[in-house]
Design a protein around this ligand. Structure first.
Ligand SMILES: [Zn+2]
Length: 157
């Protein structure tokens, strides 16, 4: 019972920010390389700024008769890997998918912190989670994975 209402709650998240690139019938013309930003770009995953002078990942794809560059923060690409996004999609990922994965993973992490048998007691707090902005969810999840990797590197810590 509690499980099903939480699931519903998770399904109600807004779709998030959409990148133009669609996965259907996409062809990769140029594989991902590290590129230094000479001007400001927008990350195809998170839609946030890629600042001048930073190193980002760039690949070129053909889709629906047009050619698109996929520009990505290295941390966003790393997170997409950590979230196993590429396992679920043979044909690439979209910014919309990325946003959904981040929202769901973030909320799942926090919901797991509540005692399972008393979850309904905290439903009000949990429903407040939807108002956490995407940016903060993104960095919470990135920190989660970097802590996990730290633990793997330093088991005594
Ligand atoms: Zn990004």
């Amino acid at each position: 019972m509690a499980g099903s209402s939480l699931k519903l709650l998770l399904n109600k998240w807004p779709a998030g920010k959409v990148a133009a690139l669609k996965s259907k019938e996409m062809e990769t013309l140029k594989y991902q390389t590290e590129t230094k930003a000479i001007k400001e770009h927008k990350c195809s995953y998170c839609s946030e700024k890629i600042t001048v002078g930073s190193t980002y990942l760039k690949s070129t794809h053909k889709y629906d008769g047009g050619v698109y560059d996929w520009k990505a923060h290295k941390y966003c690409h790393g997170l997409a890997n950590d979230l196993n996004m590429f396992d679920d999609s043979d044909e690439g990922v979209t910014g919309e998918m990325f946003a959904e994965y981040v929202h769901e993973f973030h909320d799942g992490l926090l919901i797991n912190l509540f005692p399972k048998d008393e979850i309904m007691k905290y439903s009000d707090i949990i429903s407040q989670l939807r108002f956490v902005s995407f940016h903060y969810k993104l960095w919470y999840v990135i920190r989660h994975f970097s802590k996990l990797k730290e633990t793997v590197k330093n088991p005594d810590k």
